[in-house]
Write a protein that binds this ligand. Sequence first.
Ligand SMILES: [Zn+2]
Length: 135
Amino acid sequence: MNKDANFHLFGQLNTEFNTITAMIDLYCLRHHQPNTGKFQRCADCEQFRTYVKQRLDRCPYGEKKPSCKQCPIHCYKPQQKLKSQTIMRYSGPKMLVKHPIMAIRHLIHDKRAVPERNKKMTSNYKTRKALLNNR
Ligand SMILES: [Zn+2]
C-alpha cells in the first residue's frame, strides 16, 4: 500500500471506504484480472482506492459526510470522478447480491439529506492530527 494511505478512517468514513473497496474489487475482478485464479487488485484500481481514501480523509463533513451523489462539494478530479462513475455503474447492482448488508446501508445513506455544515464538523484528517498532538 502507498505509504500516504497508511492511516485510519473513523466510524462512518471507514464503513464507506470498505463499501467502496468492495465495489472497486468487483469491478477489478471482472475487468482487470489475468487468468491466475487468484485475485489481486490491479495497480490502477489500487491507486484509485488510495485516492478515495485520501478524499474521505479530507472531507470537511467528517463522519457526517453526505453521500457523494448528493454532496454539494465536488472534490474528485474529473478523471477519478469518471472512474468512480464507471465502477458504481457496474458494481452498484451487483452489491445487493454480493454484499447485501453494505449495499442496503449504502442505499439508505444515499437518501439521507445533506447536513448543514457547522463548526462541530471536522475532517478525519484534522481529527487524526489532533489525536497525534495530544499523545
Ligand atoms: Zn483493476
